[in-house]
Design a binder for this molecule. Structure first.
Ligand SMILES: C[S@@+](CC[C@H](N)C(=O)[O-])C[C@H]1O[C@@H](n2cnc3c(N)ncnc32)[C@H](O)[C@@H]1O
Length: 200
């Protein structure tokens, strides 16, 4: 169930970052929520793409809430340490890998750069509690999670995301997920070829 990998659906992530940058420009506090982050490759991918596009100085204003129900109780340690086996890092472009990963103490494992890791905080959280982990998010990412919920649960969870977003904030989900009709009036679809939405 926690299938995930680094640089998954890069198309959506790059489009999101392109639209997000003007929105967060000049803010000294930017909050991002990755809901259903699994072992962390997704929020770390978004963080790396952001760092590449905004520079390390501005990137320090960003704080990620990476959350998951984490039924195995193993994700917190992995996300917090930011240490992954080399096998799981093969999709990362070589120049990005060189720049953001250093060998860890364990042979065959690499650790994500401190500047990225320090902006990531993991919280164990059940989306179906419908209690948000924070507010005023500039971006909420929830990919490959909503498909596991009943249609009425999906509506309630996306409504919770809407309430937790800053005015004009962004929400992304996976390509195959559609915005429920009941909520369509709350979001503007930003592009045709990705499930990228802006809070109205
Ligand atoms: C297929 S993974 C998706 C990981 C990542 N978002 C991605 O797209 O690569 C689905 C994740 O959703 C989490 N999940 C399932 N039900 C959840 C719930 N009710 N609340 C929070 N997370 C949940 C699972 O633990 C799992 O890590």
């Amino acid at each position: 169930m926690a299938f995930t990998f680094f640089f998954r659906d890069l198309h959506t992530i790059e489009l999101t970052v392109k639209h997000l940058l003007p929105f967060i420009s000049g803010r000294n506090k930017v909050r991002i929520w990755d809901a259903g982050c699994a072992m962390g490759p997704e929020p770390y991918t978004v963080a790396i793409v952001l760092a590449e596009n905004m520079g390390r100085f501005a990137f320090r204003n960003i704080l990620f809430d990476a959350t998951d129900i984490d039924e195995s109780n193993t994700f917190e340690k992995i996300v917090t340490e930011g240490i992954y086996p080399e096998d799981e890092l093969k999709r990362i472009p070589a120049d990005i890998f060189e720049k953001y990963f250093k060998p860890a103490d364990k042979p065959g494992f690499f650790m994500i750069d401190e500047a990225i890791r320090s902006r990531m905080q993991f919280k164990k959280h059940n989306l179906l509690s419908l209690k948000p982990v924070g507010e005023d998010y500039s971006l909420i990412i929830c990919k490959n999670v909503l498909l596991h919920f009943q249609p009425e649960e999906r509506v309630k969870v996306i409504k919770m995301f809407y309430d937790s977003l800053a005015p004009g904030g962004y929400f992304i989900t996976e390509q195959t997920q559609k915005m429920p009709e009941e909520l369509a009036h709350l979001f503007q679809k930003v592009v045709d070829d990705a499930q990228l939405f802006k809070k109205i």
